[in-house]
Write a protein that binds this ligand. Structure first.
Ligand SMILES: C[S@@+](CC[C@H](N)C(=O)[O-])C[C@H]1O[C@@H](n2cnc3c(N)ncnc32)[C@H](O)[C@@H]1O
Length: 257
């Protein structure tokens, strides 16, 4: 049986912002801020995690709700939210995106950034989530999806040291050692991660795995259409260039029918 894609994120939470500051960074932040300005409110972010997108979107003044299943990820988002003026604070909701705890037609737009839909490791999970996005969107509302491109094309490797640095106020040393496995039959890419943290005379090893299921973008578009949407744009970068097979960004916009 395929591993549930929500697993691993609780353990990852402590390292998520540290790693992403060195990898994804803020490349997509402006895109989602512009999306929020254009699409109206309230907005919903699926899998808001530590608030990397949610907080900058809230700063634009948009009313936004972030939903995530991981309590530790949400705790980081909560810390960031408390630093905003009260009127700008996003609402944080702990829930599974396959069963959203919101009434029908309650959002103007739904954002699914940074591969969240790839955390749905089975066909029925993707179908349930798209159906939920369709249900909570107002008619004509927009679903925005960003996928991590072409994970199945990643080379498999074992125990590669990917990053080193210091983390937290104590400045402990951290090394990320990563392995990548491909399960081609199930379209799954599995990242086995080990964060080795040394500080205060102790070494701690944090091991967890993250699993992602990647469909080719045209297949995602077909599933989105089947769930009650009309695909309005397929983009290959964050400035609006059209998508092609070599694009290193996979963005899809769709309108609720
Ligand atoms: C790649 S992170 C994205 C976080 C944030 N959107 C960003 O761009 O930095 C994916 C997040 O999705 C959450 N997640 C994964 N599967 C989920 C599910 N079935 N329901 C709710 N949240 C889920 C994880 O806990 C994690 O915080």
């Amino acid at each position: 049986m395929a591993t549930e894609g929500w697993r691993g994120w609780d353990e990852y939470a402590r390292f998520y912002d540290w790693e992403n500051a060195r990898t994804m960074g803020r490349k997509d932040v402006r895109f989602w801020q512009d999306f929020a300005r254009r699409e109206g409110e309230p907005l919903l972010e699926l899998g808001c995690g530590t608030g990397r997108i949610l907080i900058p979107v809230a700063r634009t003044g948009a009313r936004v709700v972030g939903v995530d299943r991981s309590e530790p990820m949400l705790a980081y988002a909560g810390d960031r939210a408390r630093r905003l003026p009260r009127v700008r604070r996003p609402e944080l909701v702990r829930a599974d995106i396959r069963a959203l705890p919101f009434p029908d037609r309650s959002f103007s737009a739904v954002m699914a950034p940074y591969g969240i839909l790839q955390s749905l490791t089975r066909e029925q999970d993707l179908a349930a989530t798209l159906a939920e996005a369709a249900r909570v969107l107002k008619r004509g509302g927009t679903l925005g999806i960003d996928l991590v491109p072409d994970l199945p094309a990643w080379d498999e490797y074992r125990d590669r040291t990917r990053l080193r640095g210091r983390i937290g106020r104590s400045g402990s040393r951290v090394t990320l050692v990563e392995s990548v496995r491909q399960d081609r039959r199930r379209k799954l890419t599995i990242f086995d991660q080990e964060y080795v943290e040394t500080g205060g005379g102790r070494t701690r090893r944090h091991r967890f795995s993250l699993t992602f299921r990647t469909l080719p973008l045209p297949q995602v578009a077909a599933r989105v259409e089947n769930a009650g949407f009309r695909v309005t744009a397929v983009l290959g970068d964050y400035r609006g260039r059209a998508w092609d097979l070599r694009a290193d960004v996979w963005l899809l916009m769709a309108a609720r029918r």
